[in-house]
Design a protein around this ligand. Structure first.
Ligand SMILES: [Zn+2]
Ligand SMILES: [Zn+2]
Length: 229
């Protein structure tokens, strides 16, 4: 595809992504996470090679393992997990018999740098931010951004970490300041309408203000929350 057409496509897509009540980068990552988990689980519960690879890699980090648990049935996991458990048992037995430093056991726990899903999300996040940051230089995009909820703090910081014109960077920071100030006022209205008798109808902005504020301060819930079981 010629570069100019691709840029137009990226812009159209980003303008659409900006219509979210959440953060466009978080939304993209949630979609990537859900797609990956859905595809992974399909093979995990009944394909030997997927279970073997999972066991060989040592599984996922605690956060993504609990998210896997939210998606898959316990019956499915019972079919899928024995290979990882056997591998863990054999590696630990070897440790117990060896002279290896005791602290090496910690390496068996996956973390952000060694978990496959963490890596996938990091790559997706980098690619998305690389794609949209240059688009923000255009007036038309700034205009749409000003009418959107904007990036969450995590992704605002990630965008500002990229080579971005000082004027664009300050525009993004000023927009975040404006949104947080608005949310504080909307919360006050939310509280007073909630406490009033008879209850007054909440506007759309007041209705979802608590969730919106949390997402924009800390990123989408789905990316940071483990299963509740
Ligand atoms: Zn975000
Ligand atoms: Zn992970």
């Amino acid at each position: 595809m010629p570069q100019i057409l691709k840029l137009m496509d990226d812009k159209t897509q980003f303008l659409r992504d900006l219509q979210t009540r959440g953060c466009p980068v978080c939304d993209h990552l949630v979609r990537a996470l859900d797609d990956y988990l859905a595809g992974f689980i399909a093979g995990f519960v009944d394909k030997n090679e997927v279970q073997e690879q999972y066991a060989a890699e040592g599984g996922f980090c605690p956060l993504h393992t609990w998210q896997l648990d939210q998606w898959a049935s316990r019956r499915g996991l019972a079919k899928a997990y024995p290979k990882l458990l056997d591998r863990m048992a054999s590696v630990l037995s070897e440790h117990a018999r060896s002279e290896k430093p005791l602290t090496e056991v910690a390496e068996l726990i996956k973390g952000p740098l060694t978990c496959h899903i963490c890596e996938l999300l990091r790559d997706e996040e980098g690619a998305y931010i690389n794609k949209v940051t240059p688009l923000l230089a255009a007036e038309e995009v700034k205009e749409s951004y000003a009418h959107s909820q904007g990036f969450c703090m995590i992704h605002l910081a990630a965008v500002l970490n990229h080579p971005v014109a000082a004027e664009t960077g300050r525009f993004l920071i000023a927009q975040a300041a404006l949104r947080f100030g608005e949310m504080a006022r909307q919360m006050e209205i939310y509280t007073s309408k909630h406490d009033s008798l008879p209850r007054q109808t909440l506007s759309r902005d007041e209705k979802d203000v608590v969730l919106r504020a949390m997402i924009h301060l800390y990123g989408a819930r789905r990316l940071h929350l483990q299963g509740s079981a």
